[in-house]
Design a protein around this ligand. Structure first.
Ligand code: FCB
Length: 440
């Protein structure tokens, strides 16, 4: 009997509870942003579709307790936030190589983490979610030869000083800011059609992750570290058109596999039409490190249908036939199952869903979206995929980058005039679903 009790206690202590929660990011919710590439970009006319900015928003910087209280009441047990690098390190390192850190900003994030813990929420801390301190952007941002070193210093400062955090994400969607910054030009630095820089940026971000991972693990081998990759499903527009088939598989390799393989192994082969291939061999393994990810963070938003074109840019990305969100993004829950199955099979790492959601200002589609996506996730789990978290994007409405404040992704609506929080009915649906699926 005693033995059974000991076994049960041991099991309870080691068993991993399933994490239910939400994700947000500093720039998109905090308000009162410090100088960064994004604050500069927003100042230029015509960069943000609805002409809004990130000055006020939900005011998460001060109101975080409100979010955590709602999270707890909904039955959540995790919350993913990001750290504004520009708050922690507002100035460039000196010429002699000394770094200055803002201790007050750090203490503030510590209060956030403590509050999460007090609300029963496991903190997931994201170190980089698209935004660069202004001084770093001025030095060339992702293209600066010092970028990997700067990022490593920032990461190690954070893990040393921010206590009670086990789960860390180095980069959110690493290939998004380089695509948007150097190809579409929709995000800072606003450069168009420069695939060479896009690839150089990706390579530097992988190097930065690699260095940060090694330093962080050296500090504490128990930390769990990953990226949050935007996994997209690519399908040929017509399965009977060989050009569509080839282009779709190539898009998958460029967007999903090259980046994920690079983050996992530390070595990479990156290519994209119009740019030279960049190859870097797998680095020599450091201190028992055989890979550079402990789990896989997956953001899932949908699929693209790929149509090959005879003229440049060679492909068109089209939405599929299903119902669309306010942004015209197709809702495709089956793709979620497919993404989870594929990633687990290929990478054999536990999966934490770090984002999934939709813009739906009237909350007409969100409840069904949640029901259908969680059903697909459960199907994957029933078939043996080791999924350990689901974090919805997002708790509150937030600043959707170059699309501004108009898209509404929140389970809670924010009245940007008064600052009022108004829970949408889908928050209740999420509460019901968390209860239905439970924490195992
Ligand atoms: C993801 C981003 C997040 C938000 C959602 C809608 O790709 O990580 O910041 O913009 O899309």
């Amino acid at each position: 009997m005693k033995l059974l009790l000991v076994i049960a206690l041991l099991w309870a202590a080691t068993a991993q509870a399933f994490f239910w929660g939400v994700s947000n990011s500093a720039f998109q919710v905090e308000g009162s942003p410090k100088p960064s590439d994004w604050t500069e970009f927003i100042k230029k006319s015509g960069t943000i579709a609805d002409g809004t900015n990130a000055d006020k928003l939900s005011g998460f910087w001060k109101n975080y307790d409100k979010d955590f209280t709602y999270a707890q009441q909904t039955g959540m047990n995790t919350f993913r936030i990001s750290i504004a690098w520009e708050r922690i390190q507002p100035d460039a390192p000196s010429d002699t190589g000394s770094y200055t850190w803002d201790d007050e900003a750090l203490a503030h994030y510590q209060k956030m983490v403590d509050s999460m813990r007090a609300h029963g929420l496991e903190p997931f801390i994201n170190l980089h979610h698209y935004v660069l301190p202004k001084w770093l952007a001025d030095e060339g941002g992702y293209l600066s030869e010092h970028f990997p070193e700067y990022f490593e210093k920032f990461s190690i400062y954070m893990v040393r000083h921010l206590k009670n955090v086990k789960f860390w994400i180095t980069f959110n969607e690493p290939n998004a800011p380089t695509l948007q910054g150097y190809r579409t030009g929709a995000w800072p630095p606003g450069i168009k059609d420069d695939p060479e820089s896009e690839l150089q940026g990706n390579a530097n971000i992988i190097r930065a992750h690699r260095r940060a991972y090694v330093a962080m693990k050296k500090f504490d081998p128990n930390l769990q570290i990953s990226l949050a990759h935007h996994y997209r499903i690519f399908e040929p527009k017509s399965r009977f058109n060989p050009a569509d088939v080839v282009m779709s598989s190539s898009a998958n390799r460029i967007w999903n596999l090259n980046i994920l393989d690079g983050f996992l192994t530390g070595g990479f082969t990156l290519w994209t039409p119009g740019a030279e291939i960049i190859r870097e061999p797998k680095p020599i393994i450091h201190q028992n490190i055989s890979k550079f990810l402990d789990f896989l963070g997956i953001n899932y938003y949908g699929r693209y249908k790929i149509r090959a074109l005879l003229k440049k840019p060679n492909v068109a990305l089209e939405e599929g036939p299903n119902e669309k969100s306010d942004l015209g993004w197709e809702i495709h829950p089956e793709g979620f199952y497919e993404a989870l199955k594929f990633c687990y099979k290929r990478y054999n790492l536990p999966i934490y869903v770090t984002e999934n959601g939709l813009a739906d200002s009237e909350d007409k589609l969100r409840s069904k979206f949640l029901i259908d996506h969680l059903q697909q996730m459960q199907k994957a789990r029933d078939e043996g995929v080791d999924i350990r978290a689901y974090m919805h994007w997002s708790m509150t409405d937030n600043f959707e980058w170059s699309l501004g404040q108009k898209p509404r992704f929140g389970l809670i609506a924010i009245d940007y005039e008064t600052g009022e929080y108004k829970p949408r009915k889908s928050l209740e649906t999420y509460k019901y679903l968390i209860k239905k699926y439970g924490y195992k």
